[in-house]
Design a protein around this ligand. Structure first.
Ligand SMILES: NC(=O)c1ccc[n+]([C@@H]2O[C@H](COP(=O)([O-])OP(=O)(O)OC[C@H]3O[C@@H](n4cnc5c(N)ncnc54)[C@H](OP(=O)(O)O)[C@@H]3O)[C@@H](O)[C@H]2O)c1
Length: 211
């Protein structure tokens, strides 16, 4: 799979590195520091490169949106057309001071993104896990994998994203249509509260029990 990363910070770098490690072709983009992008690509091995947002999108079938919510318009303006692409968003729609959701209850970051990208196949995923869990080296050897909820309206796109979730060492949990992202965003804040404000620590995940 050819994957473009829009926003190569904690989430974009962690996911892109994992995908490059299992042979996906990854293009890291959208940093204020081109040297950081180049270093990230170099550290990720032969399957990764650095590029502009437009290059990352043009070279990819799947695009990960991992920018702070207040940078979304700027990142999209540099990206060119995302028509027909599978767009995975992990972006939680926080206010610029990071104190609250900027969108909520009747919409979500993913739904607002889908409105902006009418021809893209938007899937919400990875927004409910801390980046530290993605890079935890012990995660892949644990007998029980943490889960990741995801949602979207395009069944084929969701299958692709479910495989990308498995590729990062998580089990995908299909939460239904994209409108469910409006419940995932607050859940993401609960996970962040537990990871960063309480004493569980950031290398924590969740798993739903079945009878
Ligand atoms: N961190 C987590 O654990 C976590 C978990 C779930 C969801 N999320 C969501 O994932 C998204 C990305 O979060 P993150 O923690 O990966 O963010 P981050 O580490 O701050 O990375 C943000 C990325 O955007 C780039 N960027 C370019 N211009 C920017 C600007 N003017 N201001 C800020 N960043 C700019 C940064 O580049 P440079 O800094 O290199 O210039 C970097 O590549 C957010 O929407 C967040 O809500 C994060």
């Amino acid at each position: 799979m050819r994957i473009g990363i829009l926003g190569s910070g904690r989430m974009g770098a962690a996911l892109g590195q994992q995908w490059a490690a299992v042979s996906h072709s990854v293009t890291f983009s959208y940093s204020r520091d081109p040297r950081r992008l180049a270093g990230l690509a170099h550290a990720s091995g032969g399957n990764a490169r650095a590029g502009s947002p437009a290059e990352a999108v043009a070279a990819s079938d799947v695009v990960l949106v991992a920018v702070p919510w207040h940078r979304l318009d700027d990142a999209l303006a540099q990206s060119g057309s995302l028509a027909g692409k599978i767009v995975v968003t992990c972006s939680v729609p926080m206010t610029e001071d990071d104190s609250d959701l900027a969108v909520g209850h009747t919409s979500s970051g993913a739904e607002e993104l889908a409105k902006r990208l009418a021809d893209a196949r938007v899937v919400a995923a990875f927004n409910t896990i801390p980046s530290e869990l993605i890079v935890d080296p012990d995660r892949l050897s644990r007998p029980v994998r943490p889960e990741v909820v995801y949602c979207g309206d395009d069944a084929a796109a969701k299958e692709v994203v479910a495989d990308l979730i498995r590729d990062t060492g998580f089990e995908p949990v299909d939460a239904g249509p994209l409108r469910v992202a409006r419940w995932m965003d607050p859940f993401a804040l609960l996970v962040a509260q537990l990871a960063y404000e309480m004493d569980l620590g950031p290398e924590m995940g969740y798993r739903f029990l079945r009878s």
